[in-house]
Design a protein around this ligand. Structure first.
Ligand code: BGC
Length: 779
């Protein structure tokens, strides 16, 4: 046993602490052999990892003892983690502690709504609070580094990983990024309730062609800088400790070998000095991508591109020593990567407290507390988006029977949603339980399953891959539907909980059909035929195509997957204890064939409105300088309108909000430092208090590049009592008018071009008051 280099933190004193800490790292580096340094870059699988196909490393204890391992997955019993950490600290050459990592995507043991759902609350403080709780629980379970937030812009509902993302918009995602990083990392990573965050997947993974996971994403530098990169930049500005590289090929260069992206943009332009981490076996996959002949070349490509940590592949460990000996890579670069790993461990306080978070009693005390559950309930309700309501909601707490029908009405395990790796099914509250608890004896709840989530046993097996979340009921669809209809006929109102299984979304879960799976639509049709008011509670990890449902149901509440307290949160909304205030952060198409679809589309040469394609008119010029168009009589998309079913920013509540005219402080801005205020008065015309999300969009009708019709620039969530009105003012600065021109990825140029801009304010991306302003370059 070699004695570890000891770090006496208590004796360091505040003055010069940073300097002494880095002296400590430098001294340590000088003592380490090249192989030990490469060992710090190695993060193998040890059998607890639940994603990907990496083979578990045999005899990890010996490997840790030899200094061949820098980090491992924390998804193990604490006793085992403690034993491994003890070996690292007491028996490895320099006593360097292991970095324990895990996916903490939307909570740890207390599960919050899917990120896509949580983002729909448009509430950064809520995101920060949930991240804080997730960090507290995860840190108490030994996790030092959490693989989140996922910041991929998602504009294609077929892509299963949309569930993990904040949605389609760069600003919403940037706000989410900042709040999550702050919530995870706190003010000091060495605190026992902090975990290091990881912005992933860098960058553009959500633009996979046809939404097929891992596919090529052919994104221009222009779109990268204006759409894809802003949330990552926000995470870097918020001090995120690590960035994880995307699995995909970005316009011909897989990200794990993309030097311009990793070194050029992330390190040089943004000045990121944290860790760049491979995704699971992502370095080895460079061979499959066809850019490396073998593992050795893959290791070389990734290392030169700037990837510090090899997650699972183990090919850094296998090949960097020989590449170093052959002079293909420099010792200085190995040192730099190793230094970043050691610094991360130092920031986390691991040298001083290597056993942080490895105490079962402390873990149990910090887990699933009543306060955590209460926050989960609040979040589950706030994530709900009321897509349609003809007035049937909220349900009265007293009255005739409610028929609660559907495969998700009493489905505990599915409430957690995808990527809840530490969740336990028994911890979740179902909708049946939530509604029964709220209604008490005042309303009878009649329950029938009505349909399976899917009818195909092979698909069911695939959806149950990470543990069974549902079993197929052996009865025929007809029998199940008949039973449900029988209950509906005895009830006053029908609540149908329908949607996907939790693993319909998540990694490698692409859909080509966005309708309700299996015989669920047939169930709804039968329920509709009873003539009873029909409330749909839909759940999924992506936008669904609900055109029929929109046309036939009396109300649709989209609840995503709400987590541990899903059932209570949904019941709170259905019975009106919570007035729903969520708004979509990802567009709901009418049909899957419309994907990708999003609100910030470019205008096209033949702008399309709600009924068809327009063709150029004679010589008319509209007030924004654009040629006017006259309607072409045939719709361009032959099966229906181009417009989404529910646009970005849409969401109803039990109040109603009236927007007054948009008022501008002035209409001309001059020079870089100028600003103006745009405001609107919003009034609650409903009978109950409610929250409204007021949205500000900016459009740039004439520029050197074709710019989106509108881009979200700010939002404000306000609470108004019935009859109350408030003026909401937004300060518009030149930054809101700017965009990036970029011919190359590593050469972005942020510009503001003189001319007219359209300012729009409203309660959805399609319900906006508008006015024009002009920006002039010279004061
Ligand atoms: C996913 C990452 C995740 C990693 C570790 C990969 O398959 O793409 O998002 O963090 O596994 O579990």
């Amino acid at each position: 046993m070699r004695r570890p280099l000891s770090l006496d933190v208590a004796g360091l004193g505040m003055l010069g602490l940073r300097q002494r800490m880095s002296d400590f790292i430098e001294t340590l580096l000088q003592r380490m052999s090249p192989a030990e340094k490469i060992g710090q870059l190695n993060h193998p699988a040890i059998g607890a990892d639940t994603t990907g196909a990496g083979a578990a490393t045999a005899d990890v204890e010996t490997r840790i003892r030899r200094g061949e391992v820098g980090g491992i997955s924390a998804g193990l019993e604490l006793e085992r983690l403690h034993a491994l950490q003890r070996i690292a600290v007491q028996e490895s050459p320099h006593g360097i502690p292991l970095l324990f990592t895990l996916d903490v995507i939307h909570g740890h043991r207390t599960v919050f709504p899917l990120p896509l759902g949580l983002a729909c609350a448009w509430d950064p403080a809520l995101v920060r609070r949930t991240a804080r709780v997730a960090a507290t629980e995860a840190a108490a379970a030994g996790v030092a580094l959490a693989w989140a937030p996922m910041l991929d812009i998602a504009r294609d509902a077929r892509w299963g990983r949309a569930a993990e993302s904040p949605g389609e918009d760069p600003l919403i995602s940037a706000v989410f990024a900042r709040a999550t990083v702050e919530g995870f990392q706190g003010s000091d990573l060495a605190q026992p309730d902090a975990v290091m965050a990881c912005a992933k997947h860098f960058a553009g993974y959500g633009f996979a062609e046809s939404g097929r996971d891992y596919n090529l994403a052919d994104i221009s530098p222009f779109r990268m800088h204006n759409v894809v990169l802003p949330p990552f930049k926000a995470a870097v500005d918020a001090g995120v400790g690590t960035v994880m590289v995307g699995f995909h090929d970005l316009a011909g260069i897989p990200c794990h070998g993309h030097r311009e992206l990793l070194q050029g943009v992330l390190r040089e332009i943004w000045g990121f000095d944290g860790l760049i981490v491979a995704d699971y076996t992502g370095i080895a996959e460079l061979v499959n991508h066809g850019v490396a002949a073998d593992a050795r070349e893959a290791a070389l490509l990734a290392f030169i591109a700037g990837v510090d940590i090899d997650l699972i592949s183990e090919i850094y460990w296998g090949h960097l020593p020989a590449l170093l000996a052959a002079g293909r890579i420099a010792q200085g670069d190995i040192d730099a990567a190793c230094r970043r790993v050691l610094r991360a461990k130092e920031r986390l306080g691991l040298f001083a407290q290597p056993f942080r978070g490895l105490d079962t009693r402390q873990r149990d005390a910090a887990t699933l507390t009543p306060a955590h559950r209460q926050l989960a309930r609040e979040a589950a309700a706030k994530a709900c988006v009321l897509l349609k309501n003809s007035g049937v909601l909220p349900l009265a707490r007293e009255g005739g029977a409610i028929a609660l029908i559907g495969p998700l009405a009493d489905s505990r395990a599915n409430m957690q949603g995808t990527w809840a790796v530490s969740a336990r099914p028994e911890d979740s509250v179902t909708v049946l339980e939530g509604m029964t608890a709220t209604a008490g004896s005042r309303r009878r709840i009649l329950h029938a399953k009505g349909a399976n989530i899917v009818d195909d046993p092979n698909l069911a097996a695939r959806l149950n891959l990470f543990g069974e979340t549902f079993a197929i009921d052996g009865r025929s669809p007809e029998v199940m539907i008949a039973e449900a209809v029988g209950l509906a006929e005895r009830a006053e109102v029908v609540v149908a909980c329908v949607g996907e299984a939790k693993e319909h979304s998540g990694e490698s879960s692409t859909r080509s059909d966005l309708g309700l799976p299996g015989s669920q639509r047939r169930l709804l049709e039968a329920l509709h035929r009873t003539g009873k008011p029909l409330v749909i509670v839909s759940m999924s990890g992506r936008p669904l195509a609900l055109e029929w449902e929109d046309g036939h149901a009396d109300a649709i509440l989209h609840a995503w997957f709400g987590g541990s307290e899903a059932g209570n949160g949904i019941a709170d909304v259905l019975f009106g204890a919570v007035n729903p205030s969520g708004k979509l952060t990802m567009t709901f198409p009418r049909r899957a064939g419309q994907c990708p679809i999003h609100y910030a589309e470019a205008p096209t040469g033949r702008p399309i409105d709600k009924i068809g394609v327009d063709v150029p008119g004679d010589r008319e010029i509209d007030r924004d300088g654009r040629r006017a168009f006259r309607k072409f009589t045939t719709a361009c998309r032959l099966e229906g309108p181009h417009t989404p079913l529910y646009p970005f920013g849409h969401g109803l509540g039990y109040s109603a909000f009236d927007y007054g005219a948009l008022a501008l402080e002035k209409t001309i801005m001059r020079g870089e430092g100028d600003a103006l205020t745009a405001s609107v008065t919003v009034r609650n015309t409903g009978a109950v208090p409610g929250e409204e999300i007021v949205q500000l969009y900016v459009g740039d009708p004439v520029a050197s590049r074709s710019r989106p019709l509108r881009e979200l620039k700010a939002f404000r969530k306000i609470a108004l009592a019935p009859g109350e009105e408030r003026t909401v003012a937004f300060r518009i600065t030149v930054a809101d008018l700017q965009f990036f021109r970029a011919e190359r990825l590593a050469a972005p140029e942020r510009v503001c071009e003189p001319g007219l801009f359209r300012i729009e304010i409203g309660g959805s991306s399609e319900r906006l008051a508008s006015a024009s302003i002009e920006w002039q370059a010279d004061r």
